[in-house]
Design a protein around this ligand. Structure first.
Ligand SMILES: Nc1ncnc2c1ncn2[C@@H]1O[C@H](COP(=O)(O)OP(=O)(O)OP(=O)(O)O)[C@@H](O)[C@H]1O
Ligand SMILES: [Mg+2]
Length: 310
C-alpha cells in the first residue's frame, strides 16, 4: 500500500510484561477509509496493542506509524487527529454531558462546530443537562463515544465499545460507525463479538496470545477455512451410530452432539436431501434439523482449537 493512503502501519511490534509477551511481533497495515477489527479472547493483547497505537503505552521494540506519525515522539500532533475512547471511569461524575463535551472540545485546536448534532446522533440530546453519574451504563458509553468524536478525528479507536450494551444500543453504535466510515474516515476497533466483526469490518485480524494468527476480509477468512456447512439434527426414535451418516454425499466428518449429530459437509443441500431420504428408508425420526454456514467463530475454533468465548 502506498504510504500516503496508510492510516496505520505496525512493524514487528513487541510488548512484554516480565516474562509475558503481551504483543508478539505484530505487523499490519490499515488503509485510510477502512474499518479494521481486532478480535481475540480475553488477554489476547488487544488493549495493549491499541494503546500502543494511541501512544498510551510504549512498545519494547518494533515500529508504529499512525497517519505517518510516531505515537511516542509525535503524540501531541497525533492526539489532535485521532479519536480515542475514554474509559467511562475517567470522566468527572458531576460534569453535565454538555459540559463534558465543551471541556473536551476546548482541549483541541480543531473541534466540531455543532456538538448538539453529535448529541442528537447519539440519542443524548435529552441528557445534555444530566450529570454523568446519573446516566445508565449504555448512556455513559455513548458519552464516551461523543467525546472521542469531538475533535472530528481522522481515525477512531474503539476498544470493545459495544460490550455491555443492549442489542438496540449496539445497532445504534454500528450505524454511527458506518456513518463515520461513510465520510471516508478510518476505524480501528477491538471486539469479542465475532458477529460484530463480520457485520462491520472490511478486514479482521485474529489475535491470540499476542500474535496475529489470521488477517483477511471476514468472507475470505470463512471461505479459506473450507469447513463448509454444518447439518445438525437429532434422531428421536432409536439409537444410531455416527458411521451411519458418514457415507452421505459431501459429508467430511460426523460428530455426535447434544443427543444428535453434526454433519460437516461441502454441500449442505445435497447432504440434507440425502439425509432425509436415508432417514425415510431406515425409519429414523429426525428432529430439530437445521443447517449452519460457518462464521468467524468457526474460524477461531479451527485456528486455535478453542472456542472464542470461554
Ligand atoms: N500493565 C500491565 N502489566 C502487566 N501485565 C499486563 C498489563 N497489561 C496487560 N497485561 C497482560 O497482557 C496480556 C494482554 O492483555 P490485554 O489487556 O492487552 O488483553 P485484551 O486482549 O485486551 O483482553 P480483554 O479482551 O480481556 O480486554 C494479559 O495477559 C494481561 O494480563
Ligand atoms: Mg482489552
Amino acid at each position: 500500500m502506498a504510504q500516503q493512503t496508510l492510516a496505520l502501519k505496525c512493524e514487528h511490534v513487541v510488548k512484554r510484561y516480565g516474562d509475558l509477551v503481551a504483543v508478539n511481533d505484530v505487523s499490519l497495515e490499515i488503509a485510510v477509509g477502512e474499518i479494521f477489527g481486532l478480535v481475540g479472547p480475553n488477554g489476547a493483547g488487544k488493549t495493549t496493542l491499541i494503546e500502543m497505537i494511541e501512544s498510551l503505552r510504549k512498545p519494547d521494540s518494533g515500529s508504529i506509524r499512525v497517519l505517518g506519525l510516531d505515537p511516542q515522539a509525535q503524540s501531541v500532533e497525533l492526539r489532535e487527529r485521532i479519536g480515542v475512547q475514554l474509559q467511562a471511569t475517567s470522566i468527572q461524575p458531576n460534569l453535565k454531558v454538555k459540559e463534558a463535551i465543551g471541556l473536551f472540545a476546548s482541549l483541541y485546536r480543531k473541534s466540531l462546530l455543532h456538538p448538539e448534532e453529535l448529541l442528537e446522533t447519539l440519542s443524548l440530546a435529552d441528557k445534555a443537562n444530566s450529570r454523568f453519574r446519573k446516566l445508565s451504563g449504555g448512556q455513559k458509553q455513548r458519552v464516551a463515544i461523543a467525546l472521542a468524536l469531538v475533535n472530528d478525528p481522522e481515525i477512531l479507536f474503539f476498544d470493545e465499545i459495544t460490550t455491555g450494551l443492549d442489542p438496540q444500543a449496539r445497532r445504534a453504535m454500528w450505524d454511527l460507525l458506518r456513518e463515520f466510515h461513510g465520510r471516508g474516515k478510518t476505524v480501528f476497533l477491538t471486539t469479542h463479538y465475532m458477529e460484530e466483526a463480520e457485520a462491520l469490518c472490511d478486514r479482521v485480524a485474529v489475535i491470540d496470545h499476542g500474535r496475529i494468527i489470521a488477517l483477511d476480509t471476514p468472507a475470505n477468512l470463512v471461505h479459506n477455512l473450507k469447513a463448509g456447512t454444518k447439518v445438525l439434527f437429532r434422531v428421536t426414535n432409536r439409537a444410531v451410530a455416527s458411521a451411519e451418516f458418514a457415507k452421505l454425499p459431501a459429508v467430511t466428518r460426523v460428530e455426535p452432539k447434544d443427543d444428535g449429530f453434526v454433519l460437516y459437509t461441502s454441500d449442505g443441500n445435497a447432504t440434507l436431501q440425502e439425509l432425509i431420504r436415508h432417514a425415510d428408508r431406515q425409519g429414523l425420526s429426525l428432529d430439530a434439523i437445521r443447517t449452519e454456514t460457518p462464521n468467524l467463530d468457526d474460524v477461531f475454533l479451527a485456528l486455535t482449537g478453542r472456542e472464542m468465548r470461554e
